[in-house]
Design a protein around this ligand. Structure first.
Ligand code: CA
Length: 319
């Protein structure tokens, strides 16, 4: 028994030792590795934020990309709202980023609801967007909103209580991140993230969306001479780190997919967009953005490394 406990402590100590080592080696690698032509904009999804007390939603991603040459911006958009509403908020901030940086275009990387939000901007202003990358993106809807919208009539007291509570959580995140002005409309979120809502959105903004149920999409789309490149990746493992308090939630939500590949909230096939880098990393929906605070699968490539590799991919593509 004593030997087992000693061994457990040794494993834990090694695990903890691995984290700073990996981060340090990432920072030290080649100068210019992530130096893309256009700035990278990280777009958060449902209940996301830009920065709360020094903790980025894309945890330690921006700093690691900047360390090797990228210009990186985060944005603050409504935690709860429709894709179109969030898209207009993002468009306003993209214009500000272009004005500040002097760049002519941006590379948008959207997590979860941040993916269709980014696709909206690329759809309405393709002249301002070099690429859209979806990370665990809700590109064809998700089952949990489908179940909720089917089970809870919108005129019921339960629906009102539910949306009020979710709006309250969104508002709290908005206030904590210093953006109390962000409007919360969780009823609109539920519609946008449902399969039917996503399907209607995809009719208006089909760029990069696979036309088969689990294929790749077009790698690029050109509108009025403006070419936008599309990429995606996602995880497909719900439970990855016993220390992360979010894992038990994903252990439950993953069940709605009845064995089909998913990251705990989004189906792997439904996340696909453009060129699919991979749709089966051993990561859950929060691991994809290195949350909570770096508690991810130690037996999978670190999410920050995947972002760095992607920045290099964009750089190599001249983006
Ligand atoms: Ca995690």
């Amino acid at each position: 028994m004593k030997k087992t406990i000693t061994s457990l402590f040794a494993t834990l100590a090694m695990s903890l030792a691995i984290v700073p080592t990996a981060a340090t080696s990432a920072t030290l690698s080649t100068t210019g590795y992530t130096q893309t032509k256009y700035p990278i904009v990280l777009v958060h999804g449902w209940m996301g934020w830009d920065n709360i007390a020094g903790v980025d939603h894309f945890y330690r991603v921006a700093s690691e990309l900047r360390a090797n040459g990228a210009k990186v911006y985060t944005v603050a958009i409504s935690q709860n709202n429709s894709t179109e509403y969030r898209g207009e908020q993002l468009l306003t901030q993209v214009k500000q980023i272009l004005a500040i940086s002097g760049a002519s275009k941006v590379n948008l990387i959207g997590h979860s609801h941040g993916s269709p939000t980014s696709r909206y901007v690329a759809g309405v202003r393709p002249d301002l967007v070099a690429s859209v990358t979806s990370v665990g993106g809700v590109n064809k809807g998700a089952i949990v909103p489908d179940i909720l919208s089917g089970a809870v009539p919108t005129d019921s007291i339960t629906f009102k209580a539910l949306t009020t509570a979710v709006n309250g959580i969104g508002k709290a995140i908005a206030v904590l991140s210093g953006h109390p002005e962000l409007q919360q409309n969780s009823a609109a979120t539920m519609v946008s993230l449902s399969s039917a809502g996503a399907k209607a959105f995809n009719v208006k903004f089909p760029q990069g969306v696979p036309t088969t149920s689990c294929g790749e999409g077009a790698y690029s789309a050109t509108t009025n001479g403006n070419k936008v490149n599309y990429y995606s990746w996602s995880g497909a493992k719900a439970v990855t780190n016993v220390l992360d308090i979010s894992d038990p939630l994903f252990a439950v939500t993953t069940l709605v997919y009845k064995g089909a590949k998913n990251d705990g909230l989004v189906g792997a096939c439904d996340s696909r967009l453009g060129r699919v880098i991979r749709d089966d990393y051993a990561m859950n929906h929060l691991d994809e953005v290195n949350q909570f605070v770096g508690l991810v699968n130690l037996f999978e490539t670190n999410p920050v490394t995947i972002f760095r590799q992607h920045a290099n991919r964009l750089k190599t593509a001249g983006l």
